[in-house]
Design a protein around this ligand. Sequence first.
Ligand code: EPZ
Length: 420
Amino acid sequence: MKQLVLSGGKPLSGEVRVHGSKNAALPILFSCLLFSEPIELTNLPAITDVSAALSLLSLLGVRVTRAGSESVILDPRAAVPPAGCDPALSGSLRGSLYLLGASCGRFPERMVPRPGGCNFGARPIDLHLAVLRAMGLAVSETGEGVFVKGRPKGATFHFPIASVGATVNAVLAAATGEGRTVLTNAAQEPHVLDLIAFLRSAGARISLPAPGTVVIDGVPRLHGTSHRVCPDMIEAGTYLLFAMATGGEIALRSCPPEQLAPLFPLLSGMGARIGTGVDTVALTRTGRLSPVSVSTSPYPGFPTDLQPQLTALATAADGESVISDPIFPTRFGYVADLRRMGATIVAENGRATVSGGAPLTGRRMTAPDLRAGAALTLAALTAEGESVIDRFDLIERGYADYAGTLSSLGASVKIADGDV
Ligand code: EPZ
């Protein structure tokens, strides 16, 4: 297994082009099954979750034509139902769950395999099934996965939780379904809005009359289109936190500030000076770091996908920080390794309480999941000495050119194969 080897103590400074969003790319890739014509996608992030999604679509008969590392043309006209996909593949990413909604347009019956995804606790799919059932689909869970039968009809559905994935599946199912579907308390993350913008460019009739409300009038077909995947706000936020942790100065290009605006008050309160342009965000740390108290919530709240990285940053702040994650209360698997590095941190009842300021020492660690791997990276960048992070493959799921970017910012980093 590949390992990331880092030596801490150097400020990260420089310029980074933010890559395309993993969590926009995945629903957009799977949505190709709704189409009766080829689609062209650009600014796809070169990450293993995208490679896995493309492999899965190829297995389903979609013609995949790569045009460089960040562009692809998908021709779904020969696609077959997702029955019995290779479980190793469909189980390697959460995004394969989008086959539930994406397969509604083409196949009257389909078996969608169980998804995978980051292992930080329960990843229920009850809301996905509930909204599809509300659309009149026969949905049953089996040992193999989820069996779905029928064509979606218009429905009104209120999400009790603003679920990103269930919102995506509802929009995908309704796009070429019959009638009008009205979703309330739907997810509003930039990556969900990017999927909607993409579908609208293909003729889908989707409106956003109020925050969290999505109205979809099904259309008989979607025409071919070309789309540039939106930048990844979580990648952008991750590098901002790396720069804060190491006392560097960073400038992010291809980074719409409005995506990250919900973070700015929190980062400024901890000791960052932030500058923004049309498509850029710049950050400099102004001195010692102040502690933080925050709870994750659906966009435009503080994203759970930056909770691990912020918790790691809090170890460098003077005083006590409390970071709660009611979205994924057990998403603290990385805390044990932070404690081994010397952090004073307790994670229980869905929150981490951090007494910051103690210096950290480099250690051999294991990334439990994608964003936890970024949290351990942040800690290693501030620690004394060398750190080795096992399961670098989990980080590569969602960060393109991770080691190259860290190196370009001045980090002492290398990728090792096998035991170091
Ligand atoms: C998406 O996961 C992202 N994954 C996650 O990012 C992200 O952490 C999450 O949204 C929240 O923003 C992808 O987009 C591929 P949810 P998803 O449904 O859709 C509960 C990363 O690091 N829930 O918005 O699975 C759930 O338990 C990954 O890029 C139900 O109860 O998340 C959670 O408490 C990790 N029933 C809350 O909703 C359901 O049927 C939000 O989950 C579905 C979800």
